[in-house]
Design a protein around this ligand. Structure first.
Ligand code: DGL
Length: 269
């Protein structure tokens, strides 16, 4: 089974393109909505939440976990990989993130070598995008902008309200002033406001979403790692878990994925 982990609903923007590209596998989606948003928490807390999610998912027999959350990927991915994938375990199970695929795509796309990144406070403060991009091309300038109000607005279902549009416009002012030609949506919630991003940025700025690029990179990864791919069950099953109200989670998920799902299981981590 492949599991996707996010602080709430945002990871659904990663699950959707993955289901489209790789529908044959079994999937488990864990949204820690009860403690979302992660983005304003301390790094120590996010690491602890991530450890709890990883332990839970591995205890359920998951072989491959995708951190479908930029905040967890940027603050905790390396930490959980080091903690849970030692020795023999490394052959047996894997944990991947959404950051590298988005960074690589942005490098491929930019022409003027000026890339913007928007994300939660934790993601932007970690400077992980900047570090990863500059490891691959040190001449690229990366401009980060934390947008802490967006996730609560999206979790509340307010993404299309005029107030949310105005807030986004204000956040994107610096990004536009820095003359970037590429913007990474460094938060898996933000594609839920994609139309607003496009309206504000216009056609000249290319927008990179984690979902599409992560799906492509997962496909490539599975092709290159038969030792993991061979362990994944393939019945096309989908299971949803949440740490908050399952009925609300079901409603949002069905609406976003455009499919009926079984009632999510309420768990505590
Ligand atoms: N989905 C998370 C991300 O990609 C953000 C939500 C949160 O702050 O919990 O960063």
């Amino acid at each position: 089974m492949i599991a996707l982990f996010d602080s709430g609903y945002g990871g659904l923007t990663v699950l959707k393109p993955i289901l489209k590209l790789l529908p044959e596998y079994d999937y488990m989606y864990l949204g820690d909505s009860g403690r979302a948003p992660y983005g304003n928490h301390s790094t120590e807390n996010i690491k602890m939440f991530s450890e709890q999610a990883v332990e839970y998912l591995f205890s359920k027999g998951v072989k491959l976990i995708i951190f479908a959350c930029n905040t967890a990927s940027s603050t905790s991915l390396r930490h959980v990989q080091e903690k849970y994938l030692k020795g023999k375990d490394e052959q047996d199970r894997k944990i991947l993130g959404v950051l590298i695929p988005a960074a690589e795509k942005a490098i491929e796309v930019t022409k003027n070598k000026r890339i913007g990144v928007v994300g939660t406070k934790a993601t932007i403060n970690s400077k992980v995008y900047e570090t990863e991009i500059n490891k691959l091309d040190k001449d690229i300038k990366v401009y980060g902008k934390a947008c802490p109000l967006l996730v609560p607005l999206i979790e509340e279902g307010w993404q299309n309200k005029p107030e949310s549009h105005s807030i986004l416009k204000k956040y994107l002012r610096d990004i536009k002033n820095n003359n970037v030609d590429t913007l990474i949506l460094g938060c898996t919630h933000y594609p839920l406001m994609l139309k607003n991003f496009k309206r504000i940025l216009g056609k000249k700025i290319r927008i990179i979403e984690s979902g599409e690029v992560t799906a492509q990179s997962l496909k490539t990864y599975l092709g290159r790692h038969p030792e993991i791919e061979g362990k994944l069950s393939k019945k096309g099953k989908k299971e949803f878990l949440t740490t908050d109200d399952p009925a609300r989670f079901k409603e949002f998920t069905e609406k976003y994925l455009g499919m009926k799902i079984k009632m999510p299981e309420k768990i505590s981590l």
